[in-house]
Design a protein around this ligand. Structure first.
Ligand code: HEC
Length: 402
């Protein structure tokens, strides 16, 4: 297929997906904020069945919001539903997953160093993970466990199992994107199977002039709170493929779960703060954990390259010549990163990075060190079989030269 066509389709789907996602998560943030800020209404509103009262000013106007304890006595003429934001986010997300990771499975999803899979099998596993994840989560939500304070811990532990399995099945970025897709799928399924049907029942009762049964509303609320805690992790996972230091390496499943824990902590702080309970310990702990994680992940590599650099100086080991370095980049990188790439998978230089001469190498030197020497996720899936010694030599040369 024409690669330019493929890129345009990918651009369109991604753009659409991000817009829908912004609308969905925005609405989710807004309604959680709203619920957490409701105050006790005056008596006359209480008499009308209103349980929570809120005033706001935005965009040059005053808003008065009333939340009914259960439902109004009469069906209003216009009732707004919030569901298409969620559905379009999921639909465009699945199309994008299929377009980029399933059609491009050999490039993005399958890493033969992790598990040599056929395309068909990889896609089957990917979809299987999504289905299994939802079924397990939903089954647990139907038990009494869901009322427990430890429910979050249980879901997190199961999440660890999934993260481990995913990172031992797919390439690093394929694993992370599937974790994101899994959480997103659970969120949308909560909307589709629980929240919206519950609301339909409530609306039907109000339309029939009956008092709605509060139970489906409460179940919907519970799932909606779960969704709220899922939002920050899912956003990180969607942008994670820009940061190979998170998904590259043997412990990537631990990093994934650490970032999830940190972002849930941040969400929890804000949920409490909305209700007037300021507990900065959550925010401080999350910030410290983030810095600690960054330090642990970067420390060994930073010192290792510093050591080799100093030993190279003290023993006066000569770094390679410019000509050798250029030749190395030509053999290991130029099949993709060139004005005229030869790799069948990438007919245009990925991200516009061309490494045909010294000036271009200089321009990208920082990123080359990061990707080929430190995180080692370039060459892409090591398709050109670069050795560790070559990475070291390239790193030393870059350091001295630029
Ligand atoms: C098989 C094709 C292929 C080969 C070979 C390859 N790359 Fe890449 N490279 C890619 C793709 C695809 C991307 C964009 C995707 C991404 O960022 O993960 C990329 C992105 C990059 C980027 C830009 C990303 C950033 O972090 O800003 C750099 C720098 C890079 N590669 C360096 C190298 C170096 C150095 C080599 C050789 C040692 C190399 N690549 C070999 C496919 C390749």
């Amino acid at each position: 297929m024409d690669v330019f066509f493929a890129e345009w389709v990918s651009l369109f789907l991604r753009w659409f997906h991000v817009i829908a996602g912004v609308a969905w998560i925005g609405a989710s943030f807004y309604f959680i904020w709203l619920d957490n800020h409701l105050t006790e209404p005056p008596q006359w509103k209480k008499d009308a069945g209103i349980g929570g009262d809120l005033w706001a000013i935005h965009g040059g106007g005053f808003y008065e919001v009333a939340k009914y304890k259960v439902g109004p006595k009469q069906m209003p003429e216009h009732l707004h539903w919030f569901k298409w934001e969620a559905y379009t986010t999921w639909i465009t997300g699945m199309l994008l997953l299929t377009w980029v990771y399933y059609f491009g499975a050999q490039a993005y999803l399958i890493d033969p160093n992790v598990l040599p899979l056929s395309t068909g099998r990889a896609v089957l596993y990917g979809l299987g993970f999504l289905l299994a994840g939802w079924l397990i989560y939903d089954a647990l939500c139907r038990t009494r466990l869901v009322e427990s304070r430890w429910f979050g811990v249980l879901i997190f532990a199961i999440g660890c199992g999934f993260a481990w399995l995913l990172t031992h099945t797919f390439s690093g970025r394929g694993a992370f994107i599937h974790m994101g897709a899994l959480i997103g799928t659970i969120m949308v399924a909560n909307v589709f199977f629980k929240i919206i049907p519950g609301q339909r029942k409530m609306v039907a009762a109000v339309a029939a002039g009956e008092l709605p049964d509060p139970k489906p509303g409460l179940t919907g609320k519970q799932r909606s709170v779960h969704n709220n805690y899922f939002t920050l992790p899912v956003i990180f996972l969607m942008i994670s493929n820009h940061y190979p230091m998170t998904y590259q390496g043997d412990d990537s499943w631990l990093i994934l779960m650490a970032i999830i824990a940190i972002s849930v902590c941040v969400r929890h702080y804000f949920n409490l703060a909305h209700r007037g309970q300021r507990q900065p310990a959550y925010l401080v702990a999350a910030a410290l954990a983030f810095v600690l994680m960054a330090a642990i992940l970067s420390w060994p590599k930073a010192t290792a390259s510093a050591n080799t650099a100093s030993s190279a100086h003290s023993e006066a080991t000569p770094v390679m010549s410019d000509a050798d370095a250029l030749a190395l980049v030509q053999t290991r990188c130029a099949s993709c990163h060139s004005a005229a790439p030869t790799d069948s998978m990438f007919p245009t230089a990925p991200l516009g990075v061309m490494l045909d001469d010294l000036a271009q190498i200089e321009r990208w030197s920082g990123r080359i060190t990061q990707r080929a020497v430190v995180t080692r996720d370039m060459p892409f899936l090591n398709r050109t079989q670069m050795t560790d010694a070559e990475r070291q030599a390239l790193g030393d040369w870059l350091k001295q030269r630029f």
